[in-house]
Design a binder for this molecule. Structure first.
Ligand SMILES: Nc1ncnc2c1ncn2[C@@H]1O[C@H](COP(=O)(O)OP(=O)(O)OP(=O)(O)O)[C@@H](O)[C@H]1O
Length: 224
């Protein structure tokens, strides 16, 4: 078996609020294999976003092991963490966070330029991804000229642009109506599978979770 893309061992995180400490993650263990698509379920406030932030190396304050593509992130400096994130991870959020002044294709090209990809190669890759998501005729549209589902598709293309081994998605279809959410998730999963990326997708939707390879649940700070 190949090495996991993500390995968590005894991941812990507490927050202090008004003098009270809450232990949100109380020893989370998880391994995700290359290409595996995992649904992360759990009630509101159970710590799904906190867990994704840990794996995404976006926040500090965690204890335990966070290993990305075989590298122990806790041993890295800030710059090296940024490089590890950029080289291996892609992100999709509930709200797309697209750059409002750039059109669809530029939103997918820019992260590739940041990663050092040649512009012509980046443009071809962006056009291919957006076309696979049905947006071939929307390449020059700015986010404000796109529907909510189309905006989220651009965000999916952006997350995959640098060929991440792992996509982290936090309620990626949570702000869409049910029919659109189903369609966007379907396309997202198809594209992720086609690319061979792994994914960890936090969702409240049990029905959509059943379309993934494995379901894990956060309950009282641990995965079950
Ligand atoms: N920066 C913070 N400071 C204090 N408390 C926090 C912070 N971030 C998260 N929390 C608390 O940690 C708990 C878990 O939050 P988190 O957002 O991870 O849950 P979630 O499962 O993603 O919820 P939802 O499904 O509603 O998005 C909540 O009680 C929240 O209030």
């Amino acid at each position: 078996m190949s090495d996991p893309v993500v390995r968590l061992r005894e991941l812990r995180r507490s927050f202090s609020q008004g003098g009270v400490t809450i232990d949100v993650l109380r020893g989370v263990n998880l391994e995700i294999r290359p290409g595996e698509i995992v649904a992360l379920l759990g009630p509101s406030g159970s710590g799904k976003s906190t867990m994704l932030q840990a794996i995404g190396l976006l926040e500090g304050g965690f204890s335990g092991l966070i290993e990305i593509a075989g590298t122990d992130a806790s041993k890295l400096s800030g710059d090296d963490r940024t490089a590890l994130r950029r080289d291996h991870l892609g992100f999709v959020y509930q709200f797309h966070h697209l750059l409002p002044d750039f059109n669809a294709i530029e939103n997918v090209v820019l992260p590739q330029l940041v990663a050092g990809t040649d512009r012509a190669v980046a443009e071809a890759r962006a056009a291919e991804l957006l076309s696979a998501l049905g947006l071939a005729k929307r390449l020059d549209h700015r986010p404000s000229q796109l529907s909510g589902g189309e905006q989220q598709r651009v965000a999916v293309a952006r997350a995959l642009a640098n060929r991440p081994e792992m996509v982290l998605a936090d309620e990626p279809t949570g702000n869409l109506d049910e029919a659109t959410a189903d369609r966007v998730l379907e396309e997202f999963l198809k594209l992720v599978r086609g690319e061979g990326s792994a994914a960890l997708i936090a969702t409240h939707n049990e029905r959509l979770a059943l379309r993934m390879d494995r379901v894990v649940r956060l309950h009282e700070g641990v995965l079950e």
